[in-house]
Design a protein around this ligand. Structure first.
Ligand SMILES: Nc1ncnc2c1ncn2[C@@H]1O[C@H](COP(=O)(O)OP(=O)(O)O)[C@@H](O)[C@H]1O
Ligand SMILES: [Mg+2]
Length: 354
């Protein structure tokens, strides 16, 4: 990796099992996980603004990885050059970004993930999208075209009103792509919920059930979609936003009898988050037929007696390559038996691997 956040340019060889990354706060532990996530997905788990990944004072960044899957090895490369993202697999640019993101499945768990339960619906929609990418790549691929068409329709609606003839051209496009994208979201939600409920039953307190209800914001039927768009022209114009479609999806999580978002305790929210991660891992593993690489950022607070079971479960069900960061490696001594264990330290951006 070169030019990534505060990290000193380096070439690293991790082990096949557990790699524990230690170091004081602010040294670059999270950045290192982020570099792994970036080369696998061409995204970051902590920001949408990819420009912030480029080291201050540098023009570009690049992360290159040699990835073994079964008997084969491939090279993946992700770069940001003057604000533009470029990716390549074995030196070739994939046709679409999702072809790149599908290759090396990773699941990340980081402190910001607590927002999955306590945050806005958009955070849960991002989770559904990550799962949709793997369980229904074709449907998920409609997302770009959908968002483009929605933007055009909304612009026409706001600039030229409900009777603008262009709406007749845009709405069928919105409906067609929207219905496909909605179907991918629905399949993702189904798969996620199927794994989520038993996962929570395994790690949560006895007798406290979790229920999850997916509330679609649009329809998987292009005809229904189109009708709704037509009927909502005036409302969408007034609200300055499209009110029908997958961008309005919600995944309601209920612990006991109350919405987890508002009423669950901190500890319960953490458990539900871990259960969501277990479910994400299971969905991706099942759909992709390969164990995702697991990236756990700063799990120290998840290692109290109430939740360490969940982390054990994550490690066990991952069974593959795992990277864990923590300023307190002694907390992870219980995992000493987990496959081969390697310890790296990060100091002022420099990664020291034995
Ligand atoms: N683009 C960047 N260029 C240089 N330094 C950065 C950049 N982005 C973040 N940093 C710095 O990198 C340091 C390491 O951050 P982080 O990886 O979050 O540390 P840790 O996880 O070890 O606490 C922080 O001090 C942060 O200010
Ligand atoms: Mg950190």
């Amino acid at each position: 990796m070169t030019g990534f956040r505060n990290l000193v340019d380096a070439e690293l060889v991790p082990g096949p099992g557990l790699t524990v990354i230690t170091g004081d706060n602010g040294q670059g532990k999270t950045s290192l996980l982020e570099a792994f996530y970036f080369v696998a997905t061409s995204r970051s788990f902590r920001t949408e603004k990819l420009a912030t990944l480029v080291q201050q004072g540098r023009e570009q960044l690049g992360v290159r990885a040699e990835i073994e899957e079964g008997p084969r090895t491939r090279e993946q490369r992700a770069e940001i050059v003057r604000g533009t993202r470029r990716v390549a697999i074995d030196g070739k640019r994939p046709k679409r970004l999702i072809d790149y993101a599908l290759r090396t499945p990773v699941v990340a768990f980081h402190p910001g993930d607590l927002e999955l339960v306590s945050g806005a619906a958009s955070v849960r929609r991002r989770l559904l999208d990550r799962v949709a990418l793997f369980v229904d790549p074709h449907g998920y691929d409609a997302r770009g075209a959908y968002e483009q068409a929605v933007k055009e329709r909304q612009r026409v609606l706001e600039e030229r009103g409900e009777r603008a003839p262009d709406l007749e051209a845009y709405e069928p496009l919105v409906a067609e792509h929207g219905a496909r994208y909605q179907a991918a979201r629905e399949r993702a939600a189904q798969a996620l919920v199927e794994h989520l409920i038993p996962a929570f039953a395994r790690i949560g307190p006895e007798g406290l059930p979790l229920t999850a209800r997916y509330v679609p914001g649009g329809s998987t039927d292009p005809e229904v979609f189109r009708r709704e768009l037509r009927e909502r022209r005036s409302r969408d114009r007034q609200r300055l936003a499209p009110t029908f479609g997958p961008q309005r999806d919600e995944l309601e999580l209920v612990v006991g009898e109350h919405l987890a978002r508002f009423h669950a305790s901190q500890g319960q929210q953490r458990l539900v988050t871990l259960a969501l991660k277990l479910a994400e891992l299971a969905c991706v593993a099942e759909a992709r037929g390969v164990l995702p690489v697991l990236l756990l950022d700063d799990v120290s607070s998840e290692l109290d007696p109430h939740r360490s079971l969940a982390v054990h479960e994550l490690l066990r069900s991952s069974g593959g390559q795992v990277f864990v960061t923590t300023p307190r490696p002694e907390l992870l001594s219980a995992f000493a038996g987990t496959a081969a264990r390697v310890e790296w330290t990060v100091e002022n951006g420099r990664v020291c691997a034995p």
